[in-house]
Design a protein around this ligand. Structure first.
Ligand SMILES: Nc1ncnc2c1ncn2[C@@H]1O[C@H](COP(=O)(O)OP(=O)(O)OP(=O)(O)O)[C@@H](O)[C@H]1O
Ligand SMILES: [Mg+2]
Length: 158
């Protein structure tokens, strides 16, 4: 199943992040949620993540983790882990940081530059591609399993 949406500006990107988070929370979930965020530098992966996290009441700034690979947020009884693997030189580092423990039933893992962690990450429930469209963006979301499908169902009906 897939879902596409045109995003006119940064504000709309954040609003969509809120809607996506709502859909994740509404979807039935026994094993946590893993989302790969794909797109070129500056496409809006972190902006979308910020919209998702701030929609749960987080007031602080949400920026990509730079000196660590992951930033964590504990909000609304959820553990949200925002990964940015751009600077990861060897995917084995993920093994050393205990990456497997991050993927559990209470977690929402949002992963930028997931291709750098190839072979060491939980499979995605959703893959989100963000493409440049002049100043706007085009988002294309693809479900990878039934949990991902449920999230897209929620997106389509809210
Ligand atoms: N329609 C739009 N949606 C999202 N961001 C937009 C849009 N139009 C312009 N922008 C700008 O594009 C930039 C997106 O930056 P952001 O850090 O979210 O990208 P990123 O995909 O996380 O990049 P990186 O790969 O470097 O981490 C921001 O400066 C934002 O203001
Ligand atoms: Mg980013």
């Amino acid at each position: 199943m897939d879902y596409s949406i045109y995003i006119a500006d940064e504000y709309t990107m954040c609003r969509f992040g809120a809607k996506l988070m709502q859909s994740i929370c509404n979807a039935e979930n026994a094993k946590g949620t893993t989302i790969y965020l794909n797109g070129d530098l500056g496409a809006g992966k972190t902006t979308l993540t910020r919209g998702m996290i701030q929609s749960l009441g987080y007031q602080g700034n949400v920026k990509s983790p730079t000196y660590t690979l992951v930033e964590e947020y504990h909000l609304a009884q959820k553990n949200i882990y925002h990964f940015d693997l751009y600077r990861l030189s060897d995917p084995e580092e993920l093994e050393f940081m205990g990456i497997r423990d991050y993927f559990n039933q209470d977690s929402i893992c949002l992963i930028e530059w997931s291709e750098k962690g190839n072979g060491f990450l939980q499979e995605a429930d959703l893959i989100i591609n963000i493409d440049y469209f002049d100043d706007a963006r085009q988002i294309h979301i693809m479900s990878q399993n039934s949990h991902g499908e449920q999230i897209i169902q929620q997106l389509k009906h809210t």
